[in-house]
Design a protein around this ligand. Structure first.
Ligand code: PFF
Length: 504
């Protein structure tokens, strides 16, 4: 029936899936999450979460995309017509994420350039919030567009949409084939250098030292599941979209294992690199490692510039390398997330790929300018928190409950995965998805609600939290439901049973 594009090779697909998974979350989120939740002891809940939720869900999403051969809304509608809204909801979530994720990559672009002259000077914190972001005094103020952020942002969108215009094989696959190996090589150079710095051993010691007392706390387990979820890009509609471009004969289970382990491998590498570097900085300043640990924007754009300042030699080179790594890891994730709504628009409205890229990507690019204003960082912080906690986690919960308990399709999907895969899924897969994952995600969801209702996220004023947080998360759901009202083309919901080519 339809002429769906295909990956050139299975390796190309896996690289693209890994490209999506390996993102900022691996570099700036994992090391601190692991450290704060038991260090070496965190690996136990982390591995458990990987094996009981991460990889099983990845297999589920790969199977949904492969079996139903559609973007997330089309695949879900083919699974159960009434549930189509879930696919659109996930797309709307992806859309919101893309608008601010692009801006963080723009910062990384700028910092790659700043590294050439160590432009942040001796006070990288003042430089970031003052000289670079020109941050507004209060959350909620928009101010004007900051040219220093806007210009690299335009560049980020040119690269991303340029790749997407080229299509699945010549665009996404090729871009990942170039970007992922480059990222790995650059990152390895940084990690090896970090490992040989004075103080690295103390950093690694702080990172790996197990604190078993934490392991009984539900908080630690929730953190492990949360990290696995975000880090593997599951519940975002991305993996369903990517696997819809697979040829008929593709080993799905094996691909999910490779993707899951590659992502965690990179994460571990990032933990080693980041903590070696933190150990070095702590040694330079004569303070314990615990005093320099940070995550997110602060780690990447304040602490890392400080570390680079203190490097014994080739400071500029390591600065450029680090920020290029952030840019590459971010770009391959951004490409994957924009592809989700391009594919959705194309499937539903039967427009050409170019039109879908121009329309979907164009609107996202325009909206992203909000995050390039003086108040951008506050908006970004609020949107990110709420869309993760009340978008991805809740949509992921609905996804597993729907498949396992409402439409009860797990057995059929298991049979589909088994018909093309070497490793055969047993009942463990169904137990993970129908019992363990919904319980953990359900618990996480309730906790998130309680915490966010009890106190305003980030200490922000209530009006701001409502308009830039709660409403953004709720808006994604409403938009999702609205999109369901558009009618599908005749026959669109028939499940395609055939695909032409085979790829090993
Ligand atoms: N797995 C990604 C990460 O670790 O950063 C999650 C992600 C975020 C994917 C944003 C795509 C994206 F646009």
């Amino acid at each position: 029936m339809e002429n769906r594009p295909q990956w050139g090779t299975r390796a190309g697909f896996i690289l693209a899936a890994v490209g999506s998974a390996v993102g900022l979350g691996n570099i700036w989120r994992f090391p601190a999450v692991a450290y704060e939740n038991g260090g070496g002891a965190f690996f136990l809940p982390y591995l458990f979460a990987l094996l009981t939720a991460g990889i099983p869900l990845l297999i589920l999403e790969f199977t949904l995309g492969h079996k139903y051969k559609g973007s997330a809304p089309l695949s879900i509608a083919r699974l159960s017509k009434k549930s189509e809204w879930l696919g659109w909801w996930q797309l709307a979530i992806s859309f919101v994420i893309s608008t601010y994720y692009a801006v963080i990559i723009a910062w990384a672009f700028s910092y790659s350039k700043f590294s050439l002259s160590l432009a942040w000077g001796k006070e990288p914190g003042d430089f970031l919030f003052g000289d670079f972001l020109h941050l507004a005094e209060k959350p909620g103020q928009i101010g004007g567009v900051v040219p220093g952020v806007f210009i690299p942002l335009v560049l980020v969108w040119i690269v991303t949409l340029g790749v997407l215009f080229k299509g699945v094989k010549k665009g996404i696959e090729l871009a990942n084939k170039v970007m992922i190996p480059t990222l790995v090589v650059l990152f390895l150079i940084i990690v090896v250098r970090a490992l040989t710095l004075d103080g690295a051993a103390q950093g690694l010691d702080a990172f790996f030292k197990p604190d078993w007392s934490k392991i009984a706390s539900p908080k630690v387990w929730v953190a492990a599941y949360g990290q696995i979820f975000f880090s593997l890009s599951i519940g975002f509609a991305i993996m369903i979209t990517y696997s819809s471009y697979l040829p008929k004969k593709t080993d799905l289970t094996n691909s999910a294992f490779i993707t899951g382990f590659a992502n965690s491998g990179f994460e571990l590498l990032a933990g080693i690199g980041v903590f070696s570097a933190l150990g070095f900085m702590a040694a330079q300043q004569g303070v314990p490692v615990s005093e320099v640990v940070s995550a997110g924007v602060g780690l990447a754009f304040v602490v890392f510039p400080q570390i680079i300042n203190e490097f014994p030699a080739f400071n500029e080179f390591f600065g450029v390398a680090f920020f290029l790594c952030l840019s590459l890891a971010g770009l391959t994730s951004l490409i994957s997330i924009v592809e989700t709504y391009i594919a959705g628009v194309q499937d539903k409205f039967k427009v050409s790929r170019n039109k879908a890229v121009a329309f979907g990507g164009g609107i996202s690019a325009l909206l992203s300018i909000l995050f390039a204003t003086n108040g951008g960082l506050y908006f970004l912080d609020a949107a990110d928190n709420f869309i993760n906690q009340f978008g991805i986690v809740v949509a992921g919960f609905v996804e597993v409950v729907l498949v396992a308990w409402v439409v009860k399709e797990l057995k059929n999907l298991q049979a589909h995965a088994n018909s093309v895969s070497d490793v055969r899924l047993g009942s463990w897969w169904r137990i993970c998805l129908s019992i363990i994952t919904p319980i953990v995600l359900g618990y996480m969801m309730i906790q998130n609600f309680i915490t966010n209702i009890k106190e305003n996220y980030g200490g922000y004023p209530t009006g701001f939290v409502i308009s830039s947080g709660w409403l953004v998360a709720a808006g994604a759901l409403v938009v999702g439901i609205l999109f369901m009202l558009f009618k599908w083309d005749k026959n669109a919901l028939t499940v395609p049973s055939e695909q032409e080519k085979e790829v090993s």
